[in-house]
Write a protein that binds this ligand. Structure first.
Ligand code: NIG
Ligand code: FE
Length: 417
């Protein structure tokens, strides 16, 4: 069934050409068509434009029956792309959350055996089926808030067996969900307790056993390392990334959340698709990112939840860099995958204009997923992943009206979800 959405008050991110991302000042440019239509056929965007240009010959080319939807008073956006999540996990971590409220830092909680290692233990004791069901529900909730593409990391296994278990869950989600899903192997999320005295032994296990096995089953698109103070050093990160690249996994890494760790520079050196978090980003890090193919990605939900300093988004954009915003949905530092909230946080916390925040959550995160040719803008031939909002006047309401769900109907692959 083809879909014709008519009388759209504003069709947002309507971009005739396939672009890679928007950077610097260009992030203020968000193409919008007033009083527009959007036509899909099969799972793709077939056409779009001004209502006055919609005519019978455009519709005559469609080979399927057409469902018409009247979007008077409503906006249409391309689905959000969420390029950083950890949604395969078992159980929640409220106890630790209370510790945080009492003032313990992320590192202090990690040192007490809480944090990531807490989720590792729970995941070990949870079946693949239960993990799948819980992650499926999270995906459904994310879709209801307008997300259409998502990256999912492993990293709560930290043993060969449990990392593979997580990645197999992600593979099943990929096979069954209408979302576009990319998989990221994050064996180096934390050092497991039994390797505390000799973390290099764990790094060796990742290099010699996990990466080859992950690649043999074709279970991941990317490789990730938490390259930061108290987690993995730059040298360890380099060793793991080199092996990952050898096995066809492009790096996308956690960097500079806790310190000027050198993680950003390591990411750029190994042509990471993105470096994520970035609270500790200074002039040197910005200089390293300039001219690279690496998308600087900020995770406002985690910074909000942990009460961190904000990454210098404005400074990065002023330096001409692109900025992407993703959710980091995970049980420890951001138990939410609501990308509308991420847009609002982009504006409130990082002083990003609504246009910048929408570019940062659509085309720039599509790039950070390696899928900018396929999703992220309303462009002919791209996947028909979009949503129709509840009645609203302007795009600015998307970053202003925080907390409520502004999405009314979602479509993925040209089908209502
Ligand atoms: O992206 N920074 C590292 N890892 C996650 C947190 C995961 C957790 O606490 O469970 C993050 O914030
Ligand atoms: Fe993360």
């Amino acid at each position: 069934m083809a879909i014709l959405v008519k009388n759209i008050k504003q069709l947002v991110q309507a971009e005739p050409k396939k672009i890679k991302f928007r950077a610097g000042k260009e992030m203020q440019n968000l193409p919008v068509i007033d009083n527009a239509y959007l036509l899909t056929e099969g799972d793709k965007i077939k056409d779009f434009g001004k209502m006055e240009d919609l005519n019978a010959s455009i519709l005559a080319k469609v080979k399927e029956p057409i469902e018409e939807i009247d979007a008077t008073g409503r906006l249409v956006f391309p689905s959000f792309c969420d390029s950083h999540t950890h949604i395969v996990y078992a159980g929640t971590r409220e106890v630790e959350y209370i510790d945080k409220i009492k003032g313990l830092s992320y590192e202090e909680i990690a040192q007490r055996g809480g944090g990531i290692l807490n989720s590792v233990l729970r995941l070990h004791n949870t079946s693949e089926e239960e993990l799948y069901d819980a992650a499926w529900q999270r995906l459904e909730e994310m879709a209801s808030y307008g997300t259409g593409a998502v990256e999912i990391k492993s990293g709560y296994g930290l043993s060969t067996e449990d990392e593979l278990k997580m990645l197999r869950v992600i593979r099943r989600l990929k096979e069954n969900s209408p979302m576009l899903i990319k998989s990221n192997f994050l064996g180096a999320h934390a050092v497991p307790a039994q390797y505390k005295q000799n973390p290099d032994e764990y790094v060796d296990l990742i290099i010699n056993e996990m990466i080859p096995m992950v690649a043999a089953e074709d279970l991941a698109d990317f490789i990730d390392v938490f390259c930061d103070k108290g987690f993995f050093t730059c040298e360890q990160t380099e060793r793991m990334l080199m092996q990952g690249i050898k096995y066809g996994l492009r790096p996308k890494i956690h960097a500079n959340e806790l310190d000027y760790s050198g993680g950003i520079q390591v990411g750029v050196k190994y042509n990471a698709l993105s470096v994520d978090h970035l609270e500790y980003t200074g002039d040197e890090e910005i200089a390293a990112l300039k001219g690279s193919e690496t998308m600087p990605t900020i995770l406002p939900g985690a910074a909000f939840f942990l009460g961190m300093v904000c990454a210098p988004a404005r400074k990065m954009m002023e330096a001409g860099l692109p900025v992407a915003l993703a959710s980091d949905f995970n049980p420890g530092s951001c138990p939410s995958g609501n990308m509308q909230l991420v847009v609002a946080m982009g504006s409130v916390m990082y002083k990003m204009l609504t246009e910048e925040a929408i570019n940062a959550t659509t085309i720039n995160t599509a790039y950070a997923l390696g899928e900018h040719e396929v999703v992220g803008t309303i462009t002919k031939g791209k996947k028909a992943n979009f949503f129709i909002t509840k009645p609203m006047d302007t795009i600015y309401f998307m970053s202003y009206g925080f907390g409520s769900n502004k999405v009314d109907q979602c479509f993925l692959n040209g089908k209502r979800v």
